[in-house]
Design a protein around this ligand. Sequence first.
Ligand code: ATP
Ligand code: MG
Ligand code: MG
Ligand code: MG
Length: 439
Amino acid sequence: MRLSRYFLPILKENPREAEIISHRLMLRAGMIRQQGQGSFTMLPLGKKVLDKVCAIIREEQNRAGALEILMPTIQSAELWRESGRYDAYGKEMLRIKDRQDRELLYGPTNEEMVTEIFRSYVKSYKDLPLNLYHIQWKFRDEVRPRFGVMRGREFLMKDAYSFDIDYESAKAAYFRMFVAYLRTFTRMGLQAIPMRADTGPIGGDLSHEFIILAETGESQVFCNKDFLDLAVPGEDVDFGNDAEIAGIVAKWTAPYAATDEMHDEAAWAGVAEADRLSARGIEVGHIFHFGEKYSKPMGARVQGPDGKEHNVSMGSYGIGPTRLIAAIIEASHDEAGIIWPESVAPFDIGLINMKAGDADCDCACETLYAALTSAGKDVLYDDTDQRAGGKFATADLIGLPWQVIVGPRGVAAGEVEIKNRKTGERETAPLATVAQRFG
Ligand code: ATP
Ligand code: MG
Ligand code: MG
Ligand code: MG
């Protein structure tokens, strides 16, 4: 992509309305445009990151055996009356009426709808386990929408729903999502810690929030430092092997970790002082086993091996892709701007022409642009006539992992400079080898 053809509305000034660094940087880097309270357009650069985040989520959901669908955003109030949640949900739910005066709502979550789908088709235990997910916009009329996409009113969510014949298999489904989440966040360069979360009236211990430690986080959390050294399962993890998956979960739930609501002073006292980490955190994911909460009132039953009807045992598993973008920036930036982990970077390389209009520089850049692109790299080529200083500032701000800098002196010597955005390290490389270097 040539920057001269791109839409990258960089802001020079710090936007005053933005209280936290990720919000500031997303506005300054031209990633988002606020449209209303808690609602944002993803501009081209933001959309690219969002797509990468969603692609990782999808790959890991699929790997764990979940199947992607896409449910509508608008739901009927009737469906929510079946579960008893229509009145209970309160003011966070946006309620609307169509021209026939039918009561509708903009979905804040999809348990009812997915249960309706399930009960319409699945009648036998032989079709279980089943896990259906989608990545879809949600609307929640938050009391305090703030911090940009961190707490929006209209935001994207990956929500998965598992259906099983009994508690034991529902627990195995929960564990698979637990492990999928560990892999998902790690692949985005994040260290997410699974913390025991409130299960409300349902009880039990199968609810975890995945938390990124960050000063700007809205939750107070407590955990053992041991988490920081735990190994995340690799790509070869076998989701078909319940024992292996349960073993990973056992390791990741052994050290103490709890959110404010679940914090247990007595257990905390048992953690050695030097191992205690009491910090702020951002909830990027939440997994929850709720058993028959919806299947029972909504009649989602299957025939078991015993020939009897069983209410299916369910769980739901959420991740916030839009919030994740902000969380990644909170975890990875410096004074100059964003530092994208390679896996979610909007482009792999920023190619900087220090002297656009200079025939030799232009020619070297065109050659490099073509070579890098055919080596499979996604390149943002700054071919604009801005001054070099401005180009460097933009490149640092938008945080692409690599900068390839082409200037008249280098070109005369047959060389370019390569800068690593994260470490700041610079190396000089012969023009002819640059594409190979990234190949
Ligand atoms: P919070 O405690 O931050 O209000 P929640 O517990 O209400 O979040 P869940 O219902 O567990 O959220 O939804 C699953 C995921 O959706 C969350 O873990 C988070 O990543 C994301 N999410 C929830 N609310 C928002 C929001 N207002 N803006 C952006 N992402 C959100
Ligand atoms: Mg909430
Ligand atoms: Mg929460
Ligand atoms: Mg939650």
